[in-house]
Design a protein around this ligand. Structure first.
Ligand SMILES: Nc1ncnc2c1ncn2[C@@H]1O[C@H](COP(=O)(O)OP(=O)(O)OP(=O)(O)O)[C@@H](O)[C@H]1O
Ligand SMILES: O=C(O)C[C@@H](O)[C@H](O)C(=O)CO
Length: 338
């Protein structure tokens, strides 16, 4: 079933906009960040992780980003190139901005926290002049990652991309992606999240992220009111994630599809959302049934929380299929059947 009609003549499946950063995950985990001594470096940043995930599944991705003019900026750009992601619209900063660095703290299987170094940050220097209409016109869809809305000029660049996508019939995917760093106050979060969500064909977020977006709307904070509201706007698909409690996709025809997480021995409490987004969106782009999109997203999410890294551990179609087959053989169906 086609929940979203993508223009299959477009050469790019998805052009993403937002941060490319670096994760430093402790190898000596289940300790506090202060106690950890050895870290492994990965390309990071939620939209970057999603782009790698989609590229690993064979999708053609482009990216609007600013990176630092140093070896870290080169590292992430080279990694994207190796993963087959188009880097033509990734620009090097000219005023000494730094690439975002994320030091993660993995306290136990469930509890993690992330310490983000984002002062003078490269990704938020993305400018409206970087947003190229001819590039956007080549995409089936654009993905806006919410943190790109947290400060100017990146905020205006993201809103320009939304405007140009709408003008050119390019679908808009909004991954709410809340990170408290760089936001000034809750009103700005609500304003810019809701402005973007109103224009979006697909919205992905956790319950907490929708609460932030809906702060000025007086909704009651239930999934039902959230899905009803956003589907009354542009959205054809609204995905609400609830961590270990699973996730639900709501469609414009009023239907809801829920799935339990695939059981795994989680190593860390983060990364699930990016794995989820990349594989779920792969299913949408392929025109799969909603239950199959959820299965792909949920399976990839489980694989990611059970791995040490994020971008580096994004699955291929083969590994994702094998994981789903093994899990269903052992645990049965994860989809909550109506
Ligand atoms: N311990 C777990 N075991 C299996 N799956 C999990 C676990 N934790 C999360 N997931 C899966 O990951 C998905 C996304 O996680 P979550 O709801 O925390 O979203 P998120 O906050 O966007 O994730 P992230 O921490 O990556 O930003 C969940 O809907 C679930 O499918
Ligand atoms: O989104 C970030 O900037 C941090 C990510 O790189 C990290 O991998 C994570 O928390 C993914 O959910």
């Amino acid at each position: 079933m086609q929940y979203i009609t993508f223009d299959k003549t477009k050469p790019f499946d998805l052009i993403l906009l937002g941060r490319i950063a670096i994760d430093f995950n402790p190898l000596d985990y289940y300790k506090t960040l202060a106690e950890s001594e050895t870290f492994k470096k990965y390309v990071g940043g939620s939209p970057a992780n999603i782009a790698v995930g989609l590229a690993r599944l064979g999708k053609k991705c482009g990216f609007f980003a600013r990176v630092s003019d140093d070896r870290f900026g080169e590292f992430v750009t080279d990694y994207f190139k190796k993963e087959g992601i188009d880097i033509s619209h990734i620009k090097v900063c000219e005023n000494g901005e730094s690439l975002g660095l994320t030091f993660t703290e993995i306290l136990n299987h469930d509890e993690s926290s992330i310490l983000m170094y984002r002062n003078g940050i490269a990704d938020l220097s993305l400018s409206p002049s970087d947003i190229d209409e001819a590039y956007i016109k080549q995409a089936k869809a654009v993905l806006i990652s919410g943190t790109a809305l947290s400060a100017s000029p990146s905020r205006e660049a993201a809103l320009k991309a939304v405007t140009l996508a709408r003008k050119n019939g390019v679908k808009i995917i909004f991954d709410i992606d809340y990170r408290e760093y760089n936001w000034k106050n809750k009103d700005e979060i609500a304003l810019y999240y809701s402005i973007t969500a109103k224009e979006s064909d697909v919205i992905l977020g956790s319950r907490e992220e929708y609460d932030l977006a809906e702060k000025l709307m007086g909704l009651d904070g239930t999934d039902e009111s959230t899905s009803r509201y956003w589907c009354s706007k542009q959205a054809a698909v609204v995905v609400i994630k609830h961590g270990k409690a699973g996730s639900t996709a709501y469609t414009k025809d009023g239907k809801a599809y829920s799935i339990r997480p695939f059981p795994v021995e989680a190593i860390k409490g983060f990364g699930g959302g990016d794995g989820y987004a990349s594989s779920f969106l792969y299913g949408l782009l392929e025109g799969y049934e909603m239950t199959d999109c959820l299965e792909l997203g949920s399976a990839s999410a489980s694989m990611l929380v059970a791995s040490h890294g994020c971008s580096a551990d994004m699955p291929t179609l083969d590994s994702l299929g094998a994981f789903i087959q093994k899990e269903k053989a052992q645990y049965g169906e994860m989809i909550a059947r109506e």
